[in-house]
Design a protein around this ligand. Structure first.
Ligand code: NAI
Ligand code: MG
Length: 509
């Protein structure tokens, strides 16, 4: 059933008790930003619809932010940041630890809400994301004492030191595919380092992010952490452009990343950009094929409908194991259940939005028309008529695609991968690197020399051998080439991206 704006009750802030009814929670969170410690409607009073992509139902509303909301939030951030930065770093860390504990109590609730909002299956994706969220806070909470500087042996008459200072107000713009984890990797280090942070959520998924912010707001001082929802040009752009925002950290498309970078360049402020990918997976003839097939299923994020920046969307398989690999991958993906995102039996949910749905369908249509290309469609559409309008797309494995095909070069961000046959090591390495992207890569072999040589030569920021882990707090994450600028998820990236170094010289004479 569609929710209406007239159903909303702005007088009542949602209770902080975990709420396992995602429809009720979506309604109670609707139509608000988090500004200055309070859940408030947009200055304009405007809202936009939030839709359950499995049924097309309107389940809530985001507050449609604009420059006036940005101004309000930045003002509150500027006021809150100074006392926050003066606090002992370890005490800030303690509060982050408390945020992690509070978020952990809400894992089930957050998992259900994110499943409703994005169509990602609860068991395989949404609950997992909600639980990793707390882990990112636990990791960063312990880093407070590491915000330290150096003594520099410059001159015997001078004591020369460096200190790490927070930047001030940080804008964090996040996408919809893994909003909670990607947000945590930005906000946890930025807040710990003594900054005030304003998050701009993606227009497709504002509500679960708001819930996380509401929970954190019950622990942190007002204004240290705020959240705005709204569209990119209306709400994201003024946040980047605001003269009191001193740093922007962004995850999303290359196209929007460039727009953000240009605006930031005009203000000469630093940016971190985590953009897309077209990540290669290279399977050698001596690889454990079963393990590699499991790695392809995880790497391609079929359980997330392929909506992943690290998706293993180009799989290069040695000709000796090619047929076996293709047959086993097909069988694995065929056995996955597409259906109700909120049902525990479901492996694969829906695409996020009608726009992304048409984009992905467009690539599949394009691939079908390509001479020689063979699409292998896997799994099966859900049979329940309740989901007849749902944004479900069956996973497609394309074989016999040319390296220059759009399927092989462009980021599809859907459940579509290409498998190529190879026999020559130099050629496959060159093909793997022949892309504008450079986020992730995996190599599957028991030949140690080959593995070392490939990991050295692959142009990517996150390279794995015989496994396909997702991003983990503590492991440097980020791309080269068009996949982005700067790294996330480590102590060093916190220091580099959320502080600046000041040199102080004392003359002894
Ligand atoms: P997008 O890059 O346009 O959106 C990401 C975020 O940027 C959202 O919060 C959006 O509101 C904001 N934004 C948009 N325009 C902006 C502007 N002018 N100034 C400031 N912020 C702005 O990505 P979108 O449209 O959701 O997806 C398009 C494609 O991008 C996908 O098909 C996929 O290929 C790629 N993508 C990559 C992601 C990744 O994890 N690297 C995540 C999401 C999308
Ligand atoms: Mg966009």
């Amino acid at each position: 059933m569609n929710l209406m704006v007239s159903d909303l009750d702005y007088g009542q802030a949602p209770s902080l008790e975990p709420n396992l009814d995602p429809y009720a929670l979506a309604k109670s969170l609707s139509g608000r930003h988090l500004i200055g410690g309070a859940l408030v409607p947009a200055a304009s009073g405007e809202t936009f619809e939030v839709v359950y992509p499995a049924t097309g139902e309107i389940i809530g509303f985001g507050a449609a932010g604009d420059s006036e909301d940005v101004d309000r939030a930045v003002q509150a951030a500027v006021e809150a940041q100074k006392p926050w930065a003066k606090m002992r770093a370890r005490d800030r860390g303690k509060l982050l630890y408390k945020c992690a504990e509070a978020l952990e109590e809400h894992v089930e609730e957050l998992g259900r809400l994110i499943a409703l909002e994005t169509g990602k299956a609860l068991r395989t994706e949404s609950r997992v994301e909600a639980s990793i969220l707390a882990d990112a806070f636990y990791f960063h909470a312990g880093l407070g004492s590491e915000l330290k500087g150096e003594t520099v042996p410059h001159h015997p008459d001078m004591l020369t030191i460096t200190v790490r200072e927070p930047i001030g107000v940080v804008g964090a713009i996040i996408p919809w595919n893994v909003p909670l984890l990607l947000m945590a990797l930005k906000i946890a280090p930025a807040i710990l380092a003594g900054n005030a942070v304003i998050v701009k959520s993606a227009e497709e998924a504002p509500l679960t992010v708001l819930r996380v912010c509401q929970i954190m707001n019950s622990v942190l001082p007002a204004g240290v952490f705020q959240m705005l929802s709204g569209f990119g040009p209306e709400c994201g752009a003024p946040l980047v452009a605001h003269r009191k925002v001193g740093k922007v950290t962004f995850t999303g498309s290359v196209e929007t990343g460039k727009v953000v970078y240009k605006t930031a360049a005009d203000k000469l402020i630093p940016v971190t950009l985590e953009l897309g990918g077209k990540s290669p997976m290279i399977v050698f003839d001596d690889a454990n094929v079963d393990k590699a097939v499991d790695g392809a299923v995880i790497g391609m994020r079929f359980t997330r409908q392929g909506q992943s920046c690290t998706a293993a969307s180009r799989i290069f398989v040695h000709e000796k194991v090619y047929d076996e690999f293709v047959a086993k991958l097909r069988a694995k993906v065929d056995a996955m259940v597409m259906g109700d995102p909120l049902d525990e039996k479901t492996d694969i949910g829906t695409i996020i939005s009608p726009e992304q749905f048409s984009k992905v369908q467009g690539y599949i249509e394009h691939g079908r028309k390509e001479p020689g290309a063979k699409p292998i469609e896997c799994s099966a559409m859900p049979s329940d008529p309740k989901f007849k309008d749902g944004l479900f797309i069956r996973p497609v494995v394309f074989t016999e695609v040319g390296h220059d095909s759009r399927l092989a070069r462009e980021e599809i961000f859907g459940p579509v991968t290409c498998i190529f046959r190879w026999s020559d090591r130099d050629q496959v390495l060159a093909a793997a690197n022949d892309t504008e992207y450079g986020l992730a890569a995996t190599v599957w072999t028991n030949d140690l020399k080959a593995a070392l040589s490939f990991t050295e030569q692959l142009e990517a920021g996150f390279v794995q051998v015989n496994q396909n882990l997702v991003v983990q707090p503590g492991l440097s994450y980020g791309g080269v080439k068009n996949s982005g600028l700067g790294k996330e998820a480590t102590l060093e990236s916190m220091l580099e991206h959320f502080t600046h170094k000041k040199t102080i010289i004392f003359n002894r004479t």
